[in-house]
Design a protein around this ligand. Structure first.
Ligand code: NAD
Length: 397
């Protein structure tokens, strides 16, 4: 089996890399099948049969539990470490203790500190805004810190009372309005955690000829955590990328998150790469995805730019209501796979898929979730849509 190697930070990709994949639960197997068929076709076409992905299934989720008695077997985590790059369909949330979320377990286990979400509009896709074509942003959301670190205590528990007693007695905190009935959460934001995220965003902007990185934060209120993120971001840019700044090749700016959400609607063309903390990033990603009409087709990836490890994934859930009905839109998973191709430098194959989607959507051919809003929409089953995209790719010059 040919492996992608990462030596001293440089990725070496064989012509037939093995890529581990998790099929996923619910609609996962359907979107995975569609994605692999389309990718195989685009790669064969782009490189005249000289490159090919060797797909290697690894277990996770409900089917893994039935077979192995665990939702996330060790071999799956090992495979992602060993092969560096993987892709996953959506996974159910385990019930009954243990792992809270399989996605979080994978991100933490591999320290995938960037949640990367590119947001662009495809002609033909109906959007709630007048000029969705002006939205072209890439969001770098910090994935490991912030109020999402999972450090919290429920009101009324001895732990919450102990925590409040510490705040009051040791730290002199008198500002908790209803201390007896408050739950508490802790928001860790570190220099290293912020810097590695912002460094990745700046490097991405330079590599992709993007004009600016905007630090999105609430530092006006949370001065040391969100304010720290902003301050460390500007300092890092000055220290590590002075030439790009001095030459005007790159601009670093910042925006308070609530203002950013307004501006992103009113003047989205002013923003390119966004670097933000975990909670802000969660809101910003979904708002921007909806703005291009594409929450169901928004792609995503979780990446550690230091080790090179990355998992690409559909951003929607397992959609149990439509599973097995041949109606799911495979594009979120498919466009995540296009990100994977770009990540390993197979841009030509990714471009073929994007061009095929553009043609299909602009002619009204899409799965029902998108086609029903298009004026000339022609709803297709998942399997029909997959064949349609393959036919367009095959016919491209
Ligand atoms: P969901 O995304 O599964 O579904 C929300 C609605 O959107 C449903 O009506 C569904 O039919 C529709 N939908 C979602 N994806 C679609 C697609 N590709 N094409 C057409 N329609 C689509 O969200 P939910 O109902 O909140 O979550 C269901 C389950 O999925 C939960 O167990 C949750 O934990 C899990 N989940 C997993 C992930 C992940 O693995 N990344 C993400 C979110 C939710």
């Amino acid at each position: 089996m040919a492996k992608i190697e990462i030596i001293n930070g440089t990725m070496s990709v064989p012509s037939n890399p093995t890529i581990p994949f998790i099929k996923g639960d619910g609609v996962g197997p359907e979107v995975t099948l569609a994605t692999q068929k389309i990718l195989d076709c685009a790669i064969a076409k782009a490189y005249s049969g000289e490159r090919k992905i060797e797909w290697m299934e690894v277990p996770a989720g409900g089917s893994a539990f039935e077979k192995y008695g665990t939702y996330l077997p060790d071999e799956t985590m090992e495979a992602f470490k060993e092969y560096h790059i993987g892709i996953k369909g959506p996974l159910m949330t385990p019930v009954g203790g243990g792992i809270r979320s399989l996605n979080v377990a994978l991100r933490q286990g591999l320290d995938l500190y960037v949640c990367l979400r590119p947001v662009r509009w495809f002609k033909g896709v109906v959007s709630p805004v007048k000029h969705p074509e002006n939205v072209d942003m890439v969001i770098f959301r910090e994935n490991t810190e912030d109020i999402y670190a999972g450090i919290e205590w429920e009101q009324g528990t001895p732990e919450a009372q102990k925590f409040y007693a510490f705040l009051r007695d040791e730290m002199g905190v008198t500002k908790v309005r209803f201390p007896e009935t408050s739950s508490f959460g802790v928001k860790p934001v570190s220099i290293e955690g912020s810097e590695r995220l912002i460094r990745s965003a700046i490097q991405y902007a330079l590599d992709h000829n993007r004009p600016s990185v905007t630090l999105v934060h609430k530092g006006n209120i949370m001065k040391f955590t969100e304010g720290g993120f902003k301050k460390w971001g500007y300092e890092l840019a000055q220290r590590e990328f002075p030439e790009a700044l001095a030459s005007g090749r790159l601009t670093i700016k910042d925006c308070i998150c609530d203002a950013f959400l307004q501006n992103a609607l009113l003047k989205p063309e002013e923003y390119s790469v966004i670097a933000t903390l975990n909670l802000n990033g969660d809101y910003v990603s979904d708002m921007l995805a909806a703005q291009v009409g594409g929450i169901g087709i928004a792609p995503g990836a979780n990446i550690n730019y230091s080790t090179g490890n990355a998992i690409f994934e559909a951003t929607h859930g397992i959609a149990p209501d439509i599973a097995g009905k041949d109606v799911v839109n495979p594009c979120s998973n498919l466009l995540s796979a296009v990100m994977l191709l770009e990540h390993i430098g197979w841009n030509e194959a990714g471009a073929l898929v994007e061009a095929a989607l553009e043609k299909s959507f602009s002619e009204g051919y899409a799965t029902a979730d998108l086609a029903r809003f298009m004026p000339e929409g022609k709803p297709m089953k998942t399997s029909e849509f997959t064949e349609h995209i393959i036919n367009i790719i095959s016919a491209q010059a």
